[in-house]
Design a protein around this ligand. Structure first.
Ligand code: PMP
Length: 327
C-alpha cells in the first residue's frame, strides 16, 4: 500500500489517502525531476515478544524530516501527521512483517516537489508518501564485520551544503564513491571531511564510533556535513547511561591508523537503522590499509549492539521511552 498527502501553497497539507500501491503519474516538468527537491526517512517496525508491533524512535525521524524539509526549502509536515501516516502503513501492511523476532518492516516516508514548473525556485506543490518493505535479518548467520574504503576522490558534503539533511541528492552524489569502494573489494565507503581531507566524517549510510583504550567512545561531531543518525544518538545515550565517556570530536584517518596499530583505538563500529551496530573489521585507502583490532567484533561493540537490539525488540527495559507500540 501507500499513504499519500498533497500540499499546495496557500492550502497546506490536504487529501490524505491510504491506497493500493501503484505508479504515480508524473509530468516530465515536475520540479523534482530537474532540481532534486526531495527528502526522505527510514525506520523500522518490529514484532514484540507479546506479538504487538512497535516502531523505534519515530518521533526522532519526524524531527529530522522536519529539519531536512527546512534545509531543502520545503513545507514542514506536522509531527502527528508523520506519526499517523506510519501507524497507517503498518496497520495495513502488517502481514508483510516477517515472522519471528529477527525481521522487520522497513518504513520509507518521503516528500518531493511535484509542481510542474521549469524554474529554479522552491516548488509550490509537494507530495508526501509512505511505503513499506519487509526486510529479513540484516545479518543472516551472525554479525559480520564490514570492510571500508576511504575514498580519495569524493567528498559527501561541504560546509554549508546539505550533508545534515536526508535528501536524495546526497545519495546520488555518493554512488560513484560507493562503486569505488566495491571495486576496491570493500563493503562501504568512508568519507573524509571536505575541507582538510583528513578527518573521518561517516560511511555511505552509517555513522562511525571509535572505542579508545580507556574504554571511552569517540565519534565525529555534528558540524553540518554529517547526517545526525538516530542510532548514533541512541548509542551515545546508552553508553553514557552505562557510565562510559563519549567524546564528540574529529578523528583523523591518521589517528585511526596509528591507533589501530598501537592499541589506542581498540574497536571501531558503524551504526544506522539498517545494520544497527556493525563492527568495522578492515580499512583500505589509496596506498594502504589496516585491520581494526583483530578484524573481528570487539567487546564494547557487542555489548552496545546487544543492549540496543534488546531494547528495540522489547526484550529489555526501555529507560528512554524509545519503543512506540503501534498495535
Ligand atoms: N549516515 C548516513 C549517510 C545515512 O544514510 C544513515 C542512514 N539513515 C545514517 C548515517 C544513520 O542514520 P540512522 O541511525 O538514523 O539510520
Amino acid at each position: 500500500h501507500m499513504v499519500t498527502i498533497r500540499y499546495a501553497d496557500g492550502k497546506g497539507w490536504y487529501e490524505p489517502r491510504v491506497e493500493a500501491r501503484a505508479p504515480i503519474p508524473m509530468d516530465p516538468a515536475s520540479a523534482v525531476l530537474h532540481y532534486a527537491q526531495e527528502i526522505f526517512e527510514g525506520l523500522k517496525a518490529y514484532t514484540l515478544p507479546d506479538g504487538g508491533i512497535a516502531m523505534f524512535r519515530p518521533d526522532a525521524n519526524a524531527t529530522r524530516f522536519a529539519q531536512s524539509a527546512q534545509r531543502m526549502a520545503m513545507p514542514q509536515l506536522p509531527e502527528e501527521t508523520f506519526l499517523q501516516s506510519l501507524r497507517e502503513i503498518i496497520a495495513i501492511d502488517r502481514s508483510w512483517l516477517p515472522p519471528g523476532d529477527e525481521g522487520s518492516l522497513y518504513l520509507r516516508p518521503f516528500a518531493y516537489a511535484s509542481e510542474v514548473f521549469l524554474g529554479v525556485r522552491p516548488s509550490m506543490e509537494y507530495l508526501y508518501l509512505v511505503i513499506a518493505s519487509p526486510v529479513g535479518p540484516y545479518f543472516s548467520g551472525g554479525v559480520k564485520p564490514v570492510s571500508v574504503w576511504v575514498t580519495p576522490d569524493f567528498t559527501r558534503a561541504a560546509p554549508g551544503g546539505t550533508g545534515a539533511a536526508k535528501c536524495g541528492g546526497n545519495y546520488a552524489a555518493g554512488l560513484s564513491a560507493q562503486a569505488e569502494a566495491i571495486e576496491n573489494g570493500c563493503d562501504q565507503v568512508v568519507y573524509l571531511d571536505a575541507v582538510e581531507r583528513k578527518y573521518i566524517d561517516e560511511l555511505g549510510g552509517m555513522n562511525v564510533f571509535f572505542v579508545l583504550d580507556d574504554n571511552s567512545l569517540a565519534t565525529p561531531p555534528l558540524t553540518g556535513t554529517i547526517l545526525p543518525g538516530i542510532t548514533r544518538d541512541s548509542v551515545i545515550k546508552l553508553a553514557e547511561r552505562a557510565g562510559r565517556k563519549v567524546v564528540e570530536r574529529p578523528v583523523s584517518l591518521d589517528e585511526w591508523r596509528t591507533g589501530a596499530a598501537s592499541g589506542a583505538i581498540r574497536e571501531a563500529f558503524a551504526c544506522g537503522t539498517a545494520a544497527v551496530i556493525t563492527p568495522i573489521g578492515s580499512v583500505k585507502y589509496a596506498g594502504g590499509g589496516f585491520t581494526v583490532a583483530d578484524g573481528g567484533t570487539g567487546e564494547v561493540t557487542s555489548e552496545l549492539r546487544k543492549q540496543l537490539v534488546d531494547i528495540q525488540r522489547g526484550r529489555a527495559e526501555d529507560p528512554f521511552g524509545w519503543v512506540h507500540r503501534v498495535l
